[in-house]
Design a protein around this ligand. Sequence first.
Ligand SMILES: [Zn+2]
Length: 467
Amino acid sequence: MSLLITHYMSEITTYLGYKLVKNKIYKSLFLGISTAIAATASYALITPENLDSKSTTPPLTTPAIQPTYTSVSINNPTITSINPKPIIVPPISLAPSKPKLKILTHTIKKGESLSIIFSKLKLKKIDLLDLIEAQGNKKQFESIYPNREIIAHIDSDNKLQELIYKKSSTNLITATRSNNTFSIEVVSEPIEKRITSIQTTIKSSLFVDGKKAGFTDKLLMQLSDIFGWDIDFALNLRKNDKITVVYEKLFAGGKEVGTGNILSAEFINQGQPFTAVRFENNEGDSGYFTPEGKSMQKAFLRTPVNFSRISSHFNLKRKHPVLNKIRAHRGVDYAAKTGTAIKTTGNGKIIFRGKKRGYGRVIIVQHGKKYSTLYAHLSKFRKGQKVGSRVKQGQIIGYVGQSGLATGPHLHYEFLVNGTHKNPLTVDLPHARPVKKALLAEFKQQTQPYIAQLNKTIATTLLAKSN
Ligand SMILES: [Zn+2]
């Protein structure tokens, strides 16, 4: 008897152990995704059909595009340097440049001090102490502000050779190493933009291969902002995906001080090419478009909520879990914790907000004449909105719950085109506003050189490969 019990117990433990491991893997997968989402601003854009793991090619692990600064050796504690290496400005060329000095670009976040930034960039403490000493009472590096950039030039011994703080677009503070101290200068020089190109083919991950080719964190982030509407950076990237980018490299006083805008880019994802080009109208508004002038952005986000998993797919012949009879499931169920924010997927107007039988608390948003979206089983509505309120894409309208007929907290989401239910995961999402017809000539004129340079880069690397 007791043997039996022991045996039984051990089976339970094994089972629990298995469950635990599974759960952990599962969690880390989603953690990865949600970090990527957080890091890439406009991303409610998981293409969730891939979450069902039916795809044969496993997605490459794409680490979140958080600033992790790679491969700087900190094993060399030698501090004395008699002849510091001169600052070398890497040459601009079509091929990825391999400067002697490694350039780390960091965008300052809220609450970050110089010492936090030093440890994030894995810079040496002694360099920080030298820098603090060198700035004396002026403390130029101590009043640093979020969203501005700090650029560190380090040598192969991980020794800081130069630190640049971009106070404003025309105002830099630089600390340049001379022996064991730094000379600090306030440079007021216009930033010069030089157009350059870069290319990489994914072998292990966009992050690793991109870094190797010379992409900065900022460039990688911008890429996911531009292409994130078509390509899911957390799940859809594959080996041999190829990225070519024409962008601005910034210089001040002959020194490289980071990167500016991406001007044009091509992303070949699983054999399918996507091309984007930047256009700025005469009011200074800029955006990314296809070479024909369609917006790279979509009028709808694919997903209205940060979810943990899809608990039920669009299925017109589903057996209802509560009613236990065949009943069409005309939406997608996203399992998420009660209270998780629900965002409207497109600009529109709330046309219903209240209780509706099995739906529980439900909101319907009308988007122009053709489209409407529905959000059900809410725990509560967002305060300050009512029927008739205008809502913007990404705006919170309510919170996940399990009101109405629901077995657990989730969001039931429907997407209707001309009153007909479509699968929200696969429906072709319309593009956001294209370039205005009146501006098309200007668009072509402005973007043509960027496209030409992009094509030239692609052709050059193709040629280099075939030789
Ligand atoms: Zn549902």
